[in-house]
Design a protein around this ligand. Sequence first.
Ligand code: PLP
Length: 480
Amino acid sequence: MEDNRSTFSSVLTLALAHALDHLSPDDHRPVNAPASLATLRQRLDLPLNEAGMGPKVVLNDLVSGVDGGIIDSAGGRFYGWVIGGSLPAALAADWLTSTWDQNAGLFACSPAAAVVEETAGRWLKELLHLPTSASFAFVTGAQMAHTTCLAAARHALLARNHWDVEQNGLSGSPTIRILTSTEKHGTVNRAVRLLGLGEKNITTLPADPDGRLSEESLRQALEAEPTTPTIVVLQAGDLNLGAFDNFATLIPLAKKHNAWVHVDGAFGLWAAASPSLRHLLEGVEAADSWVVDGHKWLNVPYDSGYAFVADRAAHRASFAYHATYLTHDENNARDQMDWNPEFSRRARAFATYAAIRQLGISGVTDLIDRTCTHANAIVTRIGALPNAEILGTPQINQGLLRFHHPNPEATEQDHDAFTNRVIAEILATGEAFFTGTTWRGLRAMRVSVCNWQTSSTDVNRVCRCVSKVLEKMSANERTN
Ligand SMILES: *Cc1c(COP(=O)(O)O)cnc(C)c1O
């Protein structure tokens, strides 16, 4: 045993050293991953080894193999997609989660994991101002949270039509339609596919100029088919503008027509934790199910997403399965598999529990407000530069910028191409990381600030970098 202990000790000490190398602030480390695909394959795509090797050799080889292929999304100058970093307590708890290696499927497999999860679930509902009676599941991300919530929706809507979907499947069942807006996230489609609901049963309704689902078109769609079982998918925080649907109006409307209302709040639901932003979510608590990620704005390591369902019975009926060899309900303990698509799984609630404890209510509020302030500063300062245009001023932590080709005769296509080149050029500096998108037919650079580490110093540095890139590229274009 002493031997195993010293093996663990030497390899974990080595891992700690590598981790600290990665996490320590380094002004010169590029945010992008400059190594090419060919280089990474050449280093990592090795022949399968016949003989084993020492764990320290494995670790050192891995670290040198991935060099230049790790995007610094853990740091403060990364603004791509919607990706958060890791809070220190959450990261450390995540390490311990692997160390303890608990199977979080059942209370019996890990009593502590089950209790930590039920506690973290309660805390999340409190932070997000969701009904305390809602059930929940800790899943890999919003994708599986959609799948979990929509499975509960499928159960409830078909049960009302005297159809037992768990027993009968969908063949021969009433068709469920899904009404949502053009701004919905692609993970909704994938959940619909996985659940056998069929993508062709999704109707995308128009959004207004602010990215909010139009009330009139929802009303018409609901009234057109009053008896079709319906799921209405609303959004709290879309990827482009961070738009929030008008919950206070749309949820009562959908409920009046007996629809199940599901809310995609992958990052936007966190606005509930900020008193100055909470008004954006007014009325959201009346929905039937909600999705939010931990690995985005809460800064919990991947993979961490949460599903909440108002109708606990529908949620449980979709997942609970009692085989004779399983031990259930000992002193009313919560068995996670009754609420989750997975059975054996990582005890991922430990990291969430630690993140929330580290921040407290005030720390979560501060994280949300601070990142919004930084997003606003980046968008307004870059937007004020020559040849830059603000397409979307952040109302939370997401904004859109577009860059104009300096030629006075330039077309929108020229601006599209120029915007793409500016994004690529910023990336190539290694100073900051932004991603592009096409928004209402226009190429744009997304600004998304989710990382707890982003500081005013980072914001200054990034704005300086973009200013220099834009100035140089505009000058080049003029002389060409
Ligand atoms: C990121 C995101 C998702 C998908 O979340 P995953 O955690 O990647 O599965 C869904 N909806 C919105 C609005 C998102 O931003």
